[in-house]
Design a protein around this ligand. Structure first.
Ligand SMILES: *Cc1c(COP(=O)(O)O)cnc(C)c1O
Length: 451
């Protein structure tokens, strides 16, 4: 097919995710021909630095020789088989490696096939646990403002981004939402580097009061991704762990975006030195090759389901692609690469380079904050810097920066007024510099031109 034909058929038959299809009239989707390392190449041969790891999944770059080999080796054995009543080596190796790496005693691994499905499974598991240990009133979940846990109905119910959620309110589950950390506009006037998560008071009051009705608290540790890469300090998680222990409430960590090195550690919870009761993983787990997700949990929770069949304590939850062998084989190879290629040790110069650009971004008239946690950095554009006043969303500043940056060879898909960097962990330092330069220039052009 030539480019015109691809675009013609796309226009006629494809409905893209999270996209106003009418935008494609002015900016059609870009047909990609291949990937190589941190670059994507379109069918015309234009090169794009994948600054967002293709929606945060591609942690080692595209067309990776070791991942290609792991995939084709597994495909030549068996691509998929039923995972109820059957098992396979990649799944058990992955489960035991994850159990060994995970904080605390998260020793049981439940497989799903995407992040939202992992969140659904964790919520159901928590709910059912309380039913089966004689606490049937513990049925609700607590989440924080601007939370993002996926787009299926259960996951949306514990989300807090109105953009994705508002219209569906009538069909969402009842739960509790409390104000979460908002460090850029901290109501206490403190800084995330030195505060004691004073804002945790909101969570504390609610959970103390409603503990008899609460099954669990779900949170994105350290970085609220879809909210615009809101970064908050580990002390919040330490307080949350203590609160959950005190009130007998599950701490469900949604590490879908932040695990696998994103924060500079294997798991974000390690920064706080705490272990959740359930941990959802996906995104980077297969290096961006295959959809796969897991929920890790404790022996104690597992035991509440373990009994004679007639007791009806089974966790009746399944996905056709549960434990997909291709995904598992890739995930095992990802963990081997982390170990053998010392990926976490290699992040330091890249994180240092991101920091080096902080003052340059913050010098711009319309940049309110440059923030970083591990290999994630974000630039928040504002209409008024002193008042931290956001640009009206209708101006689509982020989207405009994204369109401009594409022409300069960088893929920087925004979140509202926030331009962020979430490149493959292996991005060469020189390419990261190139990406940052493009962003700096593009943001300056966009905000100064229309200011
Ligand atoms: C992406 C994401 C999800 C949903 O994962 P999908 O695979 O897109 O369904 C859930 N939680 C967080 C924190 C995410 O970043």
């Amino acid at each position: 097919m030539d480019k015109a034909e691809i675009l013609r058929l796309d226009r006629r038959h494809v409905w893209h995710p999270c996209t106003q299809e009418k935008d494609h009239e002015a900016a059609p989707p870009i047909p990609i021909a291949r990937g190589e390392g941190v670059f994507l190449f379109d069918v015309d041969g234009n090169r794009y630095i994948d600054g967002v790891s293709s929606w945060w999944v591609n942690i080692f770059g595209h067309n990776h020789p070791r991942l290609n080999a792991a995939l084709s080796q597994q495909a030549s054995r068996v691509a998929h088989h039923i995972f109820a009543g059957f098992t396979h080596e990649p799944a058990v190796e992955l489960a035991s490696r994850l159990a060994a790496l995970a904080p605390g005693d998260l020793s049981k691994v439940f497989f799903t096939d995407n992040g939202s499905a992992a969140v659904e499974a964790a919520l159901k598991m928590s709910f059912q646990y309380w039913q089966q240990v004689g606490r049937p009133n513990k049925t609700r979940f607590v989440s924080i403002s601007e939370a993002y846990h996926g787009e299926t109905v259960g996951a949306l119910s514990v989300g807090g981004c109105d953009l994705y959620r508002d219209i569906y309110r009538p069909i969402l589950l009842e739960g509790y939402q409390v104000a979460g950390p908002d460090c850029f506009r901290c109501p206490y006037g403190l800084h995330r580097d030195s505060c004691q998560a004073e804002c945790f008071a909101a969570m504390e009051q609610l959970v103390e009061r409603e503990r008899e009705r609460i099954a669990g608290v779900i949170i994105e540790p350290l970085i609220q991704g879809a909210a615009g890469m809101r970064i908050y300090p580990p002390v919040y998680l330490r307080k949350l762990r203590q609160l959950c222990d005190r009130c007998q409430v599950h701490y469900i960590a949604d590490e879908i975006a932040v695990a696998f090195g994103r924060t500079g550690r294997m798991f974000a919870n390690e920064h706080a030195g705490v272990a959740p009761d359930m941990m959802c993983l996906s995104k980077g787990i297969t290096g961006g090759y295959m959809p796969l997700a897991v929920v890790l949990t404790t022996e104690e929770i597992y035991q509440a389901f373990y009994d004679d069949y007639e007791t009806m304590k089974t966790f009746f939850h399944s996905h056709s692609y549960s434990g997909n062998p291709l995904g598992c084989a890739l995930a095992v190879e990802v963990l081997r690469i982390f170990e053998q290629e010392r990926i976490l040790e290699g992040l330091a110069p890249r994180m240092a380079l991101l920091d080096e650009y902080a003052p340059r971004f913050e010098a711009l008239e319309h940049v309110g904050e440059f923030r970083r946690c591990g290999m994630v950095a974000a630039v928040e554009m504002v209409e008024n810097k002193a008042g931290k006043i956001a640009y009206p969303w209708q101006q689509r500043r982020g989207y405009r920066v994204y369109q401009r940056a594409l022409k300069k060879g960088a893929l920087l898909r925004p979140l509202g007024n926030v331009i962020y960097f979430m490149p493959p962990l292996t991005i060469p330092v020189a390419t990261l510099r190139e990406l940052l330069e493009i962003a700096l220039q593009t943001i300056a052009e966009e905000t100064q031109k229309l200011a």
